[in-house]
Design a protein around this ligand. Structure first.
Ligand code: TRP
Length: 334
């Protein structure tokens, strides 16, 4: 049996370099080998954007464009809109019986996100329970592999726990998924912060123009201890060099820059100019594919509709098995 991938993104904005190295790169690499479903998680996005649902529709389109732009092939992968698969909601409700509040309370990613969001009117139940809904996303597609950024590992662990309980208690119908983290687990932000994240405003987006990328790179955080280009600088933990390591294929150039930076014989400007050039070479084909698909919105809509149709068929088949396993497949009709 050909194995499946399920992963996804919240449609709250376009995707950035952190998404690329954390997950998109693996999806592109594995799309030939795995039956791949990419979930645009609008229901999950609502859990902390319920006051602004109008943001979702345009962003569903943006995320789909980013998928196509990085080289995910619409003849191979299925792009699925979460709210258009109502079976996910049903499975989430059943899964809620298999998870304790104590388990949710311990989820480190959820804890961080709750702190970050600073919900002033109290913690919404929808947000608190989104790890359960994410477990449904993964398991309804019977995914074997979930390519994600490092911060999502507790979510996959939660899904695995639910699967083990479900299969033990009812019947063995669900598959215990494995996470796959990207080559760079966590890309720092342009501000030197631990993580590139939209809410922190420290991103370079896959669709950014060369002018914007240049501005972002030239204002990047470097080594705060280095005041003059003749001061010896630190390469480790310096995001400009982290990006060079990831995106500059000219390893000799990177080594030369590092050596001169350590000795204090190269200025930040040269290091950044070279990074900008490398990033631009990387982003140019992505921009071109993005523009190509953006000029055919009808075609993109068809890709999404067809992907969702195929995804929903898988979800319906799994739910039939789930209901049978749970002995709630009542014979009350006809
Ligand atoms: N929580 C993920 C994020 O914020 C998005 C997501 C929703 C997801 N459902 C998923 C990721 C299922 C992997 C699998 O990026």
């Amino acid at each position: 049996m050909i194995k499946r991938i399920l992963t996804g993104d919240r449609p709250t904005g376009p995707l950035h370099l952190g998404h690329y190295v954390g997950s998109l790169q693996n999806r592109v690499r594995l799309q030939e080998e795995y039956d791949t479903y990419l979930l645009i998680a609008d229901v999950q996005a609502l859990t902390d954007n319920f006051e602004h649902p109008e943001k979702l529709e345009a962003n569903i389109f943006e995320v789909a464009l980013d998928y196509l732009a990085v080289g995910l092939d619409p003849d191979k992968v299925k792009i699925v809109v979460q709210s258009m698969v109502p079976e996910l909601t049903e499975l989430t409700i059943y899964f809620m019986n298999l998870v304790t509040t104590a388990t949710l309370e311990r989820n480190p990613t959820l804890k961080d996100e709750i702190k970050q969001r600073n919900f002033t009117k109290g913690l919404p139940v929808g947000f608190y329970t989104y790890p359960i809904s994410q477990a449904s996303d993964i398991t309804i597609f019977k995914a074997h592999l979930v390519p994600v950024g490092e911060d999502q590992l507790p979510m996959i662990e939660q899904a695995r726990e639910i699967v083990r309980r479900f299969n033990r208690m009812y019947d063995k119908v669900l598959i215990e998924p494995k996470a796959l983290v990207g080559q760079v687990a966590r890309l720092p932000g342009t501000d030197g912060g631990a993580k590139m994240s939209k809410s922190l405003g420290n991103c370079i987006y896959l669709g950014d123009s060369p002018e914007v990328v240049r501005k972002r790179v030239m204002s990047m955080y470097t080594d705060p201890t280095r005041l003059h280009p003749t001061d010896p600088g630190h390469v480790e933990g310096n995001p400009v060099f982290t990006y060079h390591d990831v995106f500059n294929p000219d390893k000799a150039e990177v080594e030369d820059l590092k050596e001169r930076y350590r000795k204090g014989t190269v200025g930040d400007v040269e290091v950044k100019e070279k990074l900008f050039k490398a990033l631009n070479v990387f982003l140019e084909p992505i921009r071109e594919r993005r523009a190509h698909f953006a000029s055919k919105p009808g075609h993109v809509r068809e890709i999404i509709v067809e992907g969702t149709r195929m995804g929903r068929a898988v979800a319906q088949a799994t739910m039939a098995e789930v209901r049978t396993a749970m002995k709630i497949s009542y014979k009350l009709q006809g």
